[in-house]
Design a protein around this ligand. Structure first.
Ligand code: 3PG
Length: 305
């Protein structure tokens, strides 16, 4: 039984050591394809793999077609928009994610991005404090909950909107649940995005929504670039000299946004889950889920049911 770890952005060594100990401890073989630059390397490596662990690596129809023995793929992380679920299902491959395992890392980055932008990207001049500001959490899942916890430490007033999470489950955390996404944006000085990229959410963060935000507003995106309407973001930054945008996922139109100076920032490479802790949590969870599936048929985190 061969388990392949294929990661263009590699895990920390401690995570690989832990994955190896779980995989080999179960009597399986571990193969590594790290920092690959050509998809053909991925096609070749996956050809005889029974199980696959990836991060944001795209598991396309072509990858699946090269993987004749593949039974399970686990995305070590939360978002599984990089997996072609239809192709997995067609080839009877179980697809899973590891929800919650990297959420604290992403939440800490989101909070630090707020400080960075409120302090003018650490350039000289007068900034602002988070204390007393209204934070809107757009989607109250594992990351959103952690952002709420951290933001309360800063003394922020925390609001959330989540179409799929009952109001009581939000309010028990001392977070105010609002009734609509429009209300969230109209109310909050800062909005932190935690929605997945789906056909419903792609380009849903548009001018009409953003322009509801109060003066001096900030949007923090540690979710996916696809949820932003990119042309509308340029229009928003042009029309509203008080508005700021920071993202952990470099937009396709990054070059059009750099003109906005300290009102715009994108990390050079997505780093939300880039901590040793998150790598270890998600990597080991992925390895354990594979062993549990192969040995015991457990499909708890299957996303293509
Ligand atoms: C996730 O969906 O879990 C995050 O976006 C992390 O992605 P990464 O594994 O590419 O860092």
């Amino acid at each position: 039984m061969k388990v392949l770890v294929a990661t263009e952005k590699p895990f920390a060594k401690a995570a690989i050591d832990g994955i190896r100990s779980i995989v080999e401890g179960a009597g399986f073989e571990l193969a590594l394809l790290e920092k690959y630059t050509d998809v053909n390397e991925f096609y070749k490596a996956v050809a005889d793999a029974d199980a696959l662990i990836v991060r944001s690596d795209k598991v396309t129809k072509e990858v699946v077609e090269h993987a004749k023995n593949l039974k399970i793929v686990v995305r070590a992380g939360a978002g599984f928009d990089n997996l072609d679920l239809a192709a997995c299902t067609e080839h009877k491959i179980v697809a899973m994610n590891t929800p919650g395992q990297n959420s604290n890392a992403v939440a800490e980055l989101a909070a630090s991005m707020m400080v960075f932008m409120f302090r003018n990207q650490f350039t000289p001049g007068t900034g602002a404090e988070l204390k007393g500001k209204k934070l809107g959490i757009h989607a109250y899942g594992n990351v959103g909950r952690n952002v709420a916890r951290v933001a309360k430490g800063f003394g922020m007033e925390v609001y959330a909107f989540d179409a799929f999470c009952p109001k009581e489950a939000i309010e028990k955390d001392g977070v105010k649940a609002v009734g609509s996404v429009e209300e969230l944006y109209s109310t909050c000085n800062v909005v932190s995005l935690h929605i997945p990229a789906t056909k419903e959410t792609i380009e849903s963060i548009n001018y009409d929504l953003l322009n509801r935000m109060p003066k001096g507003a900030l949007l923090v995106n540690t979710a996916r670039k696809e949820v932003i309407h990119e042309a509308d973001m340029v229009r928003m930054l042009n029309d509203r000299p008080d508005f700021k945008y920071i993202t952990d996922i470099r937009p396709a139109n990054h070059d059009d946004l750099t003109q906005f100076g300290t009102r715009y920032f994108a990390t050079p490479k997505k780093m939300g889950a880039e901590t040793a802790e998150a790598n270890i949590n998600a990597g080991l969870a992925a390895a354990n889920q594979i062993v549990d599936f192969i040995k015991n048929g457990v499909t708890k985190f299957q996303v293509n049911k």
